[in-house]
Design a protein. Structure first.
Length: 313
């Protein structure tokens, strides 16, 4: 099979042996695979794949069809349309995935949108509801709201009945983000726009002090992105006074059991919203596998709304 391959800090297309499904796994012919920030960090050598995932094939999400099943895999049949988050290896023509990580693709969703859905919507849903316990009527602030996870977080918050505010640096993208269900502001001065019950932090350390300033009593900050920096000073006295909670989360290194729980939560609470037409996957650009290097450069250039997706078939 052909796959995006990391070599000497670059991403190229190379041939690899076809993977074979093990116990409980299925073999998926990949039609589309989204790019994510973790792929950029892995390309740079800063975020190695977890044990059991291909060390040199990036890709944390995929959509495709089941072409073979390993021993004991019974949840899906050959030919079924499926999507999943994976520890790596998603940007390849074939990938093996444990059946418990797989989700069915909603009937009206195309390959491209499905390929850009699992990682960002699972990450946002887990952060907002499992980690932060967002409730209807609460005030939610989403930083970095024009990206893949940000656009997912805005839509999920709005669908849950939260009052969503989104910070977007690029002026050209603010109207588009507002159309997803948010009041959109510039990042500068956001701390004075509170109080917020939940802050979804996708930028990282530079925002944390102001996040706390903007937080309501008993508010929750969930950090799921650190592109702007990983180390920050926090005023513990202010945290105590507000009875604030700061949490941080990532999906990639979680064991199968925990990833399966996030997939079941998606099936119960998120996929029905897609089936009802209440959610969408904004796609900024698509690229064929042979243009994978160009896709990575487009991702890092910024100024995009939503996802960059590789189309493999």
């Amino acid at each position: 099979m052909r796959a995006a391959t990391i070599r000497d800090g670059e991403v190229v297309v190379a041939e690899h042996p076809d993977p074979q499904p093990g116990a409980g796994e299925v073999l998926v012919r990949v039609h589309a695979a989204g790019l994510n920030g973790a792929d950029i960090h892995q390309r740079a050598g800063h975020y190695p794949a977890p044990p059991g995932s291909p060390p040199d094939i990036p890709g944390l999400e995929l959509a495709g069809e089941v072409v073979a099943r390993g021993p004991g895999a019974e949840r899906f049949a050959e030919g079924d349309r499926v999507m999943a988050i994976v520890g790596g290896g998603g940007q390849a023509e074939l990938a093996t995935v444990h059946e418990r990580q797989l989700m069915p693709i909603p009937a009206d969703l195309g390959w491209t949108e499905a390929g850009g859905l699992p990682e960002v919507f699972t990450t946002a849903h887990d952060a907002l509801f499992t980690q932060a316990g967002l409730r209807p009527g609460e005030r939610l602030l989403v930083h970095g709201a024009a990206g893949g996870v940000g656009t997912a977080g805005v839509q999920l918050g709005a669908a849950a009945g939260a009052q969503v505010t989104a910070s977007v640096r690029n002026e050209r993208l603010r109207d588009d983000v507002a159309g997803l269900g948010a009041t959109v502001i510039a990042p500068e001065g956001f701390a004075e726009r509170g109080p917020f019950d939940v802050v979804l932090e996708l930028v990282g350390a530079p925002n944390l002090a102001d996040d706390l300033h903007a937080l309501a009593t008993s508010g929750r900050i969930v950090v799921i992105g650190i592109g702007g920096g990983a180390k920050a000073d926090l005023n513990l006295g202010a945290m105590m006074g507000k009875r604030a909670t700061v949490r941080a989360s990532t999906l990639r290194p979680r064991p199968l059991e925990e990833k399966a729980l996030t997939a079941r939560a998606m099936e119960r609470h998120v996929l029905p919203l897609f089936e009802r037409g209440l959610l969408r996957v904004p796609v900024a650009a698509t690229y064929p596998l042979d243009a994978v290097a160009e896709a990575y450069e487009r991702f890092t250039s910024g100024g995009k709304l939503g996802k960059i997706v590789l189309e493999l078939t």
